[in-house]
Design a protein around this ligand. Structure first.
Ligand code: NDP
Length: 488
């Protein structure tokens, strides 16, 4: 397409240079708050562009891995400082490009800074163990080797934090990187990569190529010189990534969807549970993989909880994420909006009762955006699509149960197992939940959507390929263990 407005054009970053795609074509990145607003023009890249980026990453590998972990960490400290300096601009770009509110976007960017500093410090931490050999004259120990070139494929919902929590450990452990950001958030990604460029990383260590999933994403999956692929996104695409990587023997890591429950026990602090259900389910317009979507409530407090929840949800202000009084921004795209509306329709057809919301928001100034009211369904049963499938939008499904055992049975009755929370004051309920809940993150008296950067993150069942990201767990994916046996 031709460039028609004042919006800036963003280039690919390959071998230390900002370059246009060989296609000579761009696509526009629009704002979900107003589809007529162009946030920027981005490169519609080709396989040829990707080949150049992978070649650059491959060429940079030998000298990058030869640096000490401390030296690689120093670069990450520099990136962190630059990201912090640019925080306001990057957060505002994120809000304009994918809709989350400005305070959330600032929080996410600050998280990116903290992740970079955490992994900068990893450059100085231990990477192996001494293991006693049966030979008394030998020394046996483990060390770690980087994978080589790592392909990073990321979604739009955390366009700063997710690329950084993949790239920072990849880099500090000695890999070089080719990032393919989500099509919807390339401008934000480009601004993050600008921080790496300004920090002076050697050419080829970090590369970014924007373009479609089917060309650039698939190109990374198939590329013989990409040694590892780390992916976050939908379970459909994730499975393709895993199968493709496996077919050519590349290492892969997949973080995918969730259908996360909150259990509210008869003895719960109901005000706390309501607040956490709203925050966990509806912040970021429900577009977090850890968002609460099923609300499983014991019968003794069901009606009271429901009334409190609906009353609070009705108060939430939907609007442009840049406006100070907005609590919930738009869906990130028209297709996300249509997905939410179609699930609301499906819920009604399946016999659930829509208590509130689920309509496109029509208010003044919002006509051109992808706004939807948060929705609360009652009388939801576990076999309904709205209780089984990931909607990735602001839709809460209320389900009534008699006992905690039944609550856990319902909570586990989905193919996903990413995060889950329970509100209870009873230690027995807490212990049953910790033991029996099939989820990679289990949280007690806290919302389902909280993640700390120094702790392992990832899901069970079909939410993940069962490796973990973040914290020190990241070393497992981004390196291979080498067992060393030395005899003098
Ligand atoms: P997608 O799976 O559609 O896209 C994720 C990334 O994969 C994008 O960069 C996309 O590119 C790319 N891609 C698309 N098709 C292919 C392909 N054929 N081969 C290789 N790459 C491809 O997910 P969304 O971006 O829509 O993100 C939302 C999903 O991410 C939700 O389902 C959510 O649950 C999940 N998610 C999971 C998290 C977790 O940690 N478990 C965290 C955050 C989100 P393009 O954008 O160009 O299509």
């Amino acid at each position: 397409m031709a460039v028609t407005t004042e919006a800036k054009t963003y280039l690919n970053y390959i071998n230390g240079e900002w370059v246009a795609s060989s296609s000579e074509e761009v696509t526009k990145s629009i704002s979900p708050a107003n589809k007529n607003e162009v946030v920027g023009y981005v490169q519609k890249s080709t396989k040829e562009d990707l080949d150049k980026a992978v070649a650059a990453a491959k060429a940079a590998q030998a000298s990058w891995r030869k640096l000490s972990g401390a030296a690689r960490g120093e670069f990450l400290y520099k990136v962190a400082n630059i990201l912090e300096k640019n925080l306001d601009d990057i957060a505002e770009t994120m809000t304009r490009e994918m809709g989350k509110t400005l305070p959330e976007a600032k929080g996410e960017t600050a998280r990116g800074v903290a992740i970079l500093r955490y992994y900068a410090g990893e450059g100085l931490r231990k990477v192996g163990d001494v293991i006693p050999s049966t030979d008394s004259e030998a020394l046996m120990f483990t060390t770690r080797a980087p994978l080589g070139v790592v392909g990073v494929i990321t979604p739009w919902n955390f366009p700063v934090a997710i690329p950084i929590w993949k790239m920072a450990p990849a880099l500090v452990y000695g890999n070089t990187v080719v990032l393919k950001p989500a099509g919807e958030t390339v401008v934000t990604a480009a601004k993050v990569i600008e921080c790496f460029a300004e920090a002076g990383l050697p050419a080829g260590v970090v590369n970014m190529v924007s373009g479609s999933g089917s060309v650039i994403g698939q190109g990374i999956i198939d590329h013989p010189d990409v040694n590892g692929i780390t992916f976050t996104g939908s379970d459909q695409v994730g499975k393709q990534v895993g199968q493709g990587a496996l077919a050519r023997g590349a290492k892969y890591q997949l973080e995918m969807g969730g259908k996360n429950p909150v259990i509210v026990a008869n003895d719960a602090d109901l005000d706390l549970a309501v607040e956490a259900t709203i925050s966990g389910g509806l912040r970021s317009t429900g577009q977090k993989c850890t968002a609460t979507s099923r609300v499983i409530v014991q019968s003794g407090v069901y009606e009271e909880f429901r009334e409190k929840l609906v009353a609070k949800v009705k108060e939430l202000k939907v609007g442009d994420g840049l406006q100070g009084d907005t609590w919930m921004g738009p869906c990130s795209s028209e297709s996300q909006l249509n997905t939410v509306l179609s699930y609301v329709q499906k819920g009604k057809e399946e016999g659930a009762t829509l208590l509130y919301g689920g309509e496109k928001v029509q208010g003044a100034g919002l006509e051109e955006g992808f706004y939807v009211q948060p929705a609360v369904f009652d009388n939801v049963s576990s076999d309904m699509a709205i209780a089984q499938e990931e909607i990735f939008g602001p839709v809460l499904a209320l389900m009534k149960v008699e006992t905690i055992e039944e609550a856990l049975q319902v909570a586990n009755d989905v193919k996903f197992g990413l995060s889950a929370s329970i509100f209870t004051t009873n230690i027995g309920n807490m212990l049953s939940f910790i033991e029996d809940m099939d989820a990679g993150l289990v949280r007690i008296n806290a919302e389902s959507a909280g993640v700390e950067l120094q702790a392992p993150f990832g899901g069970m069942k079909q939410s993940s390929s069962h490796s973990r990201e973040q914290g020190q767990a990241a070393i497992e994916f981004f390196t291979s263990i080498k067992t060393v046996f030395v005899k003098g």
